[in-house]
Design a binder for this molecule. Sequence first.
Ligand SMILES: Cc1ncc(COP(=O)(O)O)c(C=O)c1O
Length: 413
Amino acid sequence: MLDNADLAKQARALDASDPIASVCDQFERPEGWVFFDPNSIGPTPKTAGAAAANLVDEWATLRRRGWAERDWIHMPARLGDLIAPMIGAGPGEVLVCDNTTVNLYKAIGHALEINHDRSVLLTQADNFPTDLHVLQGFVHSSDRSLTIRYVETEDDAIAALDDTVALTSFSHVEYKSGARWDMERIGKAARSAGALALWDVSHAAGAVPVDARGSGADYIVGCGYKYLSMGPGGPAFIYVRPDLVNRAWPPICGWMGHADTFSLPKTYVPRDGIVRFLAGTPMVGANSLAQCAAEIFNRYGPDDLWARHQSLSEFFILAVETLCGPLGVEVTSPRDYQRRGGHVSIKAPGSGRVVQALIDAKVVSSFRKPDSIRFGISPLALTHVDICDSVTRLRDILEKQTWKDPKYANVSV
Ligand SMILES: Cc1ncc(COP(=O)(O)O)c(C=O)c1O
């Protein structure tokens, strides 16, 4: 039976043999704190402060020349190229722009125009609320009669596919449980039923493998501010299958997606390729911060980062089960790594209060009702030793029952 000392030894050995341990040096790691929240907001690149200061300086000195001299105008495509390998896409196939909700809207509207003779939208009953709301918005406002079919499992999804389904819209990783859906399996089934497949990979991109090209995905969207560390409220991304993208207009036709933006034409003509999904002026401030982490992702490459995430999250589960299992903690995310996303969810006695007590112990996780504690595992800024230390702090809270203190009654979600 492993004990705390064995785990600590194992953690040190895993860190020592980590081929890309240096990636942690690229990020701020406030003394004593351990953050398990990249599923909400990723770690801060050390270059972010200088990037922000530089932008303010260029704003003051370059003014409108910044659009050309710093190429602010093409940042969405440039950032898209930097992160494309993290979702298995190629250059010129991804844009970093807007937020996930807006990009969902763009993808769904495009798909509905292509599959204009079909009326069913298929989604997870427990999909993230904004994903559901955007679909419901289309049902509400469309003048054709659309319906949403809600499914619980992959098998249900495949069984529900027929020649009425226009689009499947699923989260690759469920935001509560952390369960990862099989993009390839659903993608193939959707293709053979003539449906288009949209994936929200917010809880996967930057943590676990996403294979845009190999999975048969038609559309992929996701948040940049989570594992991709693009900053608070940072931009999202969108991928559309290259041979599909020119088959319809985007539902938001804006001047940045026009074939000839700066001749200021009155009549809309979409550009070819993913750039037609640009709507308005790029958000240079957010993009400047986003670039800091995008460059790091591009430097380290996906395979090493995914392997690092796997090692850290397997070790997290081992530590939780060893130290906290006897105290009533249960890992609720799937055990098979291929079926898990960026975070590991657990259940503990007094889950919500435990999350509050952990903050006092300088460990930041997140609570989702009714009883789920999510530990987002960043492949960028966490070490195995951090994990061992934090799980030890969790064990102490459970063992001493400090979570029962009335000061932890006010649980934030
Ligand atoms: C799966 C998923 N999609 C979308 C969002 C949020 O989208 P937006 O960036 O538009 O707020 C979240 C937020 O946590 C999410 O978990």
